[in-house]
Design a protein around this ligand. Structure first.
Ligand SMILES: [Zn+2]
Ligand SMILES: [Zn+2]
Length: 268
């Protein structure tokens, strides 16, 4: 009996030390953690792309992801990322936040004649097939900054890292979905459409790796990420939310904000 108990106790102890080693590793290596989470975010891009090429998949719930993501991202950017950036770099960090916003606006909308988040149904806008590629370029720049954002967060603290990861993750499936549907609307093959979502995943990982290699430039990476996050929340996702009539979607946005504050309460 006591032998059985000691086996149980020993295996519990083994499990305990196994998990503490993992947790220790993660707290010791924020870069490793941001790489793993960057990979998770990249996989979500590919998942979104797969949804578009597999026509029979149900995607009616995607709009809730968009609304939840919009609320969560907006709260995370305004309440956490921007203030942390100001602490890091002083008042001049605000200029970088503005810069981050404008960079994504430039690549997603100025050089791209037609772009919005969600399924692309306006195929008449894509008579010139290179328009699909200009959207792809815009989204590659955007997703590169998603990766920069995740790594920047973990360089500052694991709380900020997790918050930014969730903010990124919540819009990753719609993002992969968007790029694949734009490619299809511009007359590209399913294989290429899916490949475009893989490319977005790759750009996210490249962003994580760049920030990991340039940790000393956190004062640049974090405020730029703040501006990018505000752009994605308020100018990419929110207009999609507003296209749906009724209060239901607005409530999901509020739920996203609520989830952010709930996490804040639990952690702090
Ligand atoms: Zn459209
Ligand atoms: Zn993104």
């Amino acid at each position: 009996m006591s032998g059985e108990r000691s086996v149980f106790a020993r295996s519990l102890l083994t499990a305990h030390s196994y998990f503490s080693v993992i947790i220790l590793r993660f707290t010791m290596h924020p870069i490793l953690l941001s790489l793993l989470l960057g990979l998770t975010a990249a996989a979500a891009n590919v998942f979104g792309g797969t949804m578009i090429v597999q026509k029979n998949w149900d995607r009616s719930y995607l709009k809730y992801f968009v609304a939840l993501g919009a609320g969560f991202m907006l709260a995370a950017a305004i309440v956490e990322i921007v203030p942390e950036s100001l602490i890091l770099g002083g008042k001049s960090a605000a200029l970088l936040v503005l810069g981050g916003y404008l960079i994504i606006h430039f690549f997603e909308h100025t050089i791209t004649p037609h772009f919005h988040f969600g399924e692309e149904t306006h195929s008449d806008e894509f008579v010139a097939s290179n328009r699909g590629f200009s959207v792809l370029l815009g989204l590659v720049i955007h997703t590169y900054f998603d990766g920069i954002a995740i790594a920047s967060g973990f360089i500052v603290s694991s709380w900020l890292g997790w918050v930014i990861f969730l903010a990124v993750f919540l819009h990753k499936i719609p993002e992969g979905f968007t790029v694949a549907s734009v490619m299809l609307a511009s007359g590209q093959s399913k294989r290429l459409a899916w490949g475009a979502s893989v490319l977005l995943g790759g750009a996210t990982l490249a962003g994580v790796l760049s920030m990991a290699a340039m940790r000393q430039h956190i004062g640049l990476g974090l405020p730029l990420s703040g501006g990018v996050t505000i752009y994605v929340a308020a100018s990419d996702l929110m207009p999609e939310v507003n296209r749906e009539p009724g209060v239901k979607m607005a409530l999901v946005v509020l739920l996203g904000v609520g989830v952010f504050f709930l996490l804040d309460r639990i952690v702090h």
